[in-house]
Design a protein. Structure first.
Length: 234
């Protein structure tokens, strides 16, 4: 069975050239021309590899990568971009990219990198698979949790994506808008009240005193901050 590749590129000529060369190598290629379409196509997968431009309409490649990594830690992601600063490269790799190729690039080099990524083990990416805090434990890959009372709980897909986002940004404030963009998408999503309701549910489930939370903190007018190990554990 041929490997499936999602190619995300808004420059039409480059998209057609890369697509043709990948197909000549025997790969099955699906294309997307902006960030929204990239996530739509991703959900129609599965894919073995994603070639992802950074500067895209509607939703940039870094945001697309973050959204994908909330759901899938295994699919390989190769950034194709004109952004060539060291800071951009570090950012791309830090948020879950596997490789980073700067435009203009040699097609032979691209095909070699694609081959190498596809030959890699399909083992899970390095990332958070579980997290313990306040006597509770989240099992991200299993979509389950154990609360501080010892009860095992099934966690819904969107809830677990939100928990993973907060956990991976431990100690940082995440805005409601960013949560909605990364988890529901930038095209159609519910109101910010949905986020508030999820947080209330998390507090009832994981906080020993939901009215005085130690882990799920509200940042007025902005969003929320998750803290796995608060200084005051009393």
């Amino acid at each position: 069975m041929s490997k499936r590749i999602l190619l995300v590129e808004d420059e039409e000529r480059l998209l057609e050239v890369v697509k043709l060369n990948l197909e000549l190598e025997g790969y099955e290629v699906t294309v997307a021309r902006d960030g929204r379409e990239a996530l739509e196509r991703f959900h129609q997968g599965p894919f073995d590899l994603i070639l992802l431009d950074v500067m895209l309409p509607h939703m940039d490649g870094f945001s697309v990568c973050r959204a994908i990594r909330l759901e899938n830690r295994k699919v390989s992601i190769l950034f194709l971009t004109a952004k060539n600063s060291a800071q951009d490269r570090v950012m791309g790799l830090k948020i879950g990219g596997d490789d980073y190729l700067v435009k203009p690039f040699d097609l032979e080099e691209l095909l070699l990198r694609v081959q190498r990524l596809l030959e890699r083990s399909t083992e899970a990416k390095v990332g958070i698979s579980e997290l313990s805090f306040g006597g509770s434990t989240l099992f991200f890959d299993k979509h389950m949790a154990q609360d501080f009372r010892g009860n095992m709980i099934d966690i819904g897909k969107k809830e677990m994506m939100l928990l993973r986002l907060l956990a991976e940004r431990d100690g940082e404030t995440v805005s409601r808008d960013e949560m909605l963009d990364l988890i529901w998408g930038v095209d159609v999503y519910p109101s910010s009240r949905t986020i508030d309701n999820f947080i209330l549910h998390f507090r009832k489930t994981f906080e020993r005193d939901p009215k005085n939370p130690k882990h799920f903190h509200s940042i007025r007018g902005v969003g929320y901050r998750f803290v796995s190990n608060p200084v005051d554990q009393s």
